[in-house]
Design a protein around this ligand. Sequence first.
Ligand code: DX5
Ligand code: ZN
Length: 219
Amino acid sequence: MAKKLAPSILSADFARLGEEVSEVVKAGADIIHFDVMDNHYVPVLTFGPKICADLRAYGVSAPIDVHLMAKPVDDLIKAFGDAGADYITFHPEASEHIDRSLRLIEQVGCKAGLVFNPATPLDYLEYVIDQIDMILIMSVNPGYGGQKFISTTYKKIKDAKECISRLGAEILVEVDGGINLSNISEISSAGADIFVAGSAIFDSENYAETIAKLKKKIA
Ligand code: DX5
Ligand code: ZN
């Protein structure tokens, strides 16, 4: 699959969210990354499923990738499935029944994934690999945009690719946090398929120019 760019709306201007999302899609974004934070699993509060439904009603048709930084997750999985999400990922530490939550994502018609914090081992993949379409490797600790990329992530991406091929699975590897023009090509060479970038895109002057430069580095 061609490598894809997923701007995180956490760094967008919430007062103009519909326009911002349409603008990055027009500028070449492939997937829209939703950072759902509940002020419980992470000490920050962002937004819920209504934003997803309203963006769909506004006319956003690009794939929406919902990253749940919330605990528990099952009710949010149902709500975002109804609101038009395409991918839903959650942190294994945030569900008492990981297999059941993954199956619930499939039941609501979305693609399912687990999110791995910098210190979270990949072992969680072992017995649920058949339920997983994507894994999200956090290159920062969850909760904030604009943080510095944690360099142990390079090895973790390679380990994840090895684990996926050992288990004979077709799983996309998404990397999230601190990605910018200076590190995206090394992240791509390590094996990432999807790149989440929030501040690198939304804090830039020209979204199309920034996205074109980022994409050139991962082509
Ligand atoms: C952090 C979020 C990331 C973050 C990325 O908890 O999961 O998606 O918004 O933002 P940048 O690209 O600015 O690090
Ligand atoms: Zn995220």
